[in-house]
Ligand binder design. Structure first.
Ligand code: GLY
Length: 355
């Protein structure tokens, strides 16, 4: 399988995204060519440590680098200030310097927390992202959004800090639990909804997960291409980039309401996309049939699409902390049709018409 490469053009912060099966030797070559320093801290999680980490460590050490593994407990609970402090502690003990490198090797939590540690430790250390979940491969590893959660909301402390490179190995997805593969598919479906209907058509054509996994490289490439164009136009998320939050306003409410235990991020976003489109269709903003199309693809990949019972007041109280809100308004992402998303500023008191 050939390597696909995309270049994110952000002037002096530009970098390459390489998509290739069995990419480890490519990573080792890149490190050898680009880093003369000898220390690399690999931030990962305990699940990866059991599976693929040894291979990554081996190819890096064969190039003469001294590595230190920092392994987090898997799950959103690790994306905290407490864990971050432990990571700083381990980086200090390793005496990682500003000329050294951090590799984040894991899913969204590892990439977000590891990237934030890189952006702040010693006022910034270079890092590369090696995302291992579908969600991280198509979304969170690209674009430099790094963060940790606060007890009262997700991603409330963070920065924009671009990696030096992103290496994506679709082969790694074969060892993901089905639940987490489908979790990431919700973000793939999101890209289809906001920009490229062919993504949804492609997903509807596969008959089983094996077929999806055999062809997933092209889906990853399409999603990363959309992310590239959006991030290049609006790196700091003041306009176009907000499109990537389709389904996320209600999604974040649902995740938080159930304490991140009942629904994965993708499942909550799936419900968010379906619900906002049902409502915007009723309001005649969205072409008829769009919500049915979303429901069908979600159903096919066993993702939820109905809003669970929640106490409205409690559920909506978290929305004021949403980063897409300002003053009396919030920016919602709606579809004109499948393949075309739009940003609409809505007053908080109108919110119930939409989600
Ligand atoms: N995951 C949304 C963004 O990167 O803007």
């Amino acid at each position: 399988m050939n390597m696909n490469v995309l270049e994110i053009d952000l002037k002096e912060n530009s970098y390459k995204i390489c998509i290739e099966r069995n990419i480890l030797s490519r990573i080792a070559e890149y490190l050898d060519e680009n880093y003369s320093s000898k220390k690399i801290a690999i931030i990962t999680d305990d699940n990866l440590a059991k599976l693929h980490l040894e291979n990554l460590k081996r190819v890096i050490e064969e190039k003469g680098f001294n590595t230190k593994i920092i392994s987090l407990k898997p799950g959103e609970e690790s994306k905290s200030i407490d864990t971050l402090k432990e990571v700083y502690n381990e980086l200090s003990q390793f005496r990682l310097g500003r000329e050294d490198l951090i590799i984040t090797f894991g899913g969204g939590v590892v990439g977000d927390l590891g990237g934030f540690a890189a952006s702040t430790y010693l006022r910034g250390v270079s890092y590369i992202q090696v995302p291992t979940s579908l969600l991280a491969q198509v979304d969170s590893s690209i674009g430099g959004k790094v963060a940790v959660d606060l007890p009262w909301g997700k991603n409330l402390v963070g920065s924009f800090y671009q990696p030096k490179a992103v290496f994506i190995d679709p082969e790694l997805l074969k060892t993901l639990d089905k639940k987490f593969l489908h979790d990431g598919l919700a973000e793939v479906i999101k890209y289809g909804c906001i920009r490229d209907r062919s993504i949804i058509d492609q997903l509807m054509n596969y008959t089983k997960d094996e077929e999806l996994l055999d062809n997933i490289d092209s889906l990853i490439f399409k999603c990363c291409s959309i992310k590239k164009s959006v991030v290049e136009q609006d790196e700091k998320d003041f306009g176009e980039r907000m499109l990537l939050n389709f389904g996320h306003t209600l999604g974040h409410v649902i995740e938080k309401y159930f304490n991140y235990k009942k629904y994965t991020h993708g499942e909550a976003v799936a419900i968010g996309m379906a619900e906002i489109t049902r409502k915007s269709e009723k309001l005649d903003i969205t072409e008829k049939g769009a919500s049915k199309c979303i429901e069908e693809v979600l159903k096919k990949y066993e993702l939820p699409y109905k809003v669970p019972a929640m106490d409205k007041e409690k559920a909506f109280s978290t929305i004021f902390l949403d980063k897409k809100s300002s003053g009396e308004n919030i920016n919602l992402i709606l579809l004109k049709r499948i393949g075309e998303g739009v940003i609409r500023k809505v007053r908080f008191n109108e919110l119930e018409d939409y989600i």
